[in-house]
Design a protein around this ligand. Structure first.
Ligand SMILES: C[S@@+](CC[C@H](N)C(=O)[O-])C[C@H]1O[C@@H](n2cnc3c(N)ncnc32)[C@H](O)[C@@H]1O
Length: 219
C-alpha cells in the first residue's frame, strides 16, 4: 500500500498505535500544537532541567523523549552536548527545528514513537523525559519503560520530570512515587536513585505544578 494513496496517508496517527491520551481526545498529539502554544509549552526550558544542566547532570549523547517544541533539548544542546529530541508531533518538531536555526544551536529533532525507540538505531548515556511518562496510563508504561531501556546505555541515567500527587493544584495525571518505583525496578533493568519534589511550569499554573524529579539509573 502506498503511503501517499493508502491508509497510512489518511491515518492521523501515521500507522502508530494511538496513545491513551489520543484515544481519549480522539486527536493525535500534533493537534495540541496546531492552534497556539500547548498548555505545557512555556517557551523556555523547565527550571529543574536548567538547574540539572548547570550541575553537570547531562553527559554523553542525550535523548529527549517527547521533546515537544524542544526548549529543554535546545538548552542542553546549547551547553555543547550532543542532543536528539524525538516526538510524534510533526508540528512541534518543525517549531523545534526553526528555533534551533534561529538560535544557531546544533541539535537534532526527529519523528519517533517512544514505544519503539530502538528504531533510532543508537543508544544514549542520558535520557530526559519531561512530561511524557505522566501522559501514559498504567498498561502503557511497561512498553514505554522497555523501549527506554533498549536505548539507554548501561550505567546511563534517565531523568524524569512528571506531575506529582504531592500538594494542591496538581497537574492532570498526577503520579505517585510508588508508581515510579513500580515502573522502574531492578527486574526490568532500572534502579531508582532519587525522587525529589519539584515543580513543572505550565501555562496555567502561576508557580508551576507539583512534580517529581526522578533520577533513574540503567543497570
Ligand atoms: C506534555 S508534552 C511535553 C513536551 C516537552 N517535553 C515539554 O516539556 O514541553 C508530551 C509530549 O510527548 C509527545 N508524545 C506523546 N506520545 C508520544 C510517543 N508515543 N512518542 C513520542 N512522543 C510522544 C507529545 O507529542 C508531546 O509533545
Amino acid at each position: 500500500m502506498s503511503e501517499r494513496s493508502g491508509t497510512l496517508a489518511d491515518d492521523p496517527f501515521g500507522g502508530r498505535h494511538p496513545t491513551s491520551h489520543e484515544r481519549l481526545t480522539g486527536l493525535p498529539w500534533d493537534a495540541s500544537y496546531q492552534d497556539g502554544p500547548a498548555p505545557w509549552d512555556v517557551g523556555q526550558p523547565q527550571p529543574a532541567i536548567v538547574r540539572l544542566a548547570s550541575e553537570g547532570g547531562f553527559a554523553g549523547a542525550v535523548l529527549d523523549a517527547g521533546c515537544g517544541t524542544g526548549e529543554n533539548a535546545l538548552h542542553v544542546a546549547s551547553l555543547g552536548l550532543s542532543v536528539l529530541g524525538v516526538d510524534v508531533a510533526e508540528t512541534a518538531l518543525a517549531t523545534a527545528r526553526a528555533k534551533a536555526d534561529d538560535r544557531g544551536i546544533e541539535v537534532k529533532f526527529a519523528s519517533a514513537d517512544a514505544f519503539e525507540l530502538e528504531r533510532l538505531g543508537r543508544r544514549f548515556e542520558t535520557v530526559l523525559d519531561c512530561g511524557l511518562f505522566h501522559t501514559f496510563v498504567g498498561d502503557e508504561r511497561p512498553g514505554y519503560v522497555a523501549s527506554l531501556a533498549r536505548v539507554t546505555k548501561h550505567d546511563g541515567t534517565l531523568y524524569m520530570l512528571c506531575f506529582s500527587d504531592d500538594g494542591p493544584d496538581t497537574g492532570p495525571h498526577p503520579i505517585r512515587q510508588e508508581e515510579l518505583r513500580t515502573a522502574f525496578s531492578p527486574s526490568n533493568g532500572w534502579n531508582v536513585a532519587a525522587i525529589e519534589p519539584g515543580r513543572i511550569e505550565t501555562r496555567y499554573h502561576d508557580d508551576g505544578a507539583p512534580a517529581w524529579f526522578a533520577t533513574i539509573k540503567r543497570i
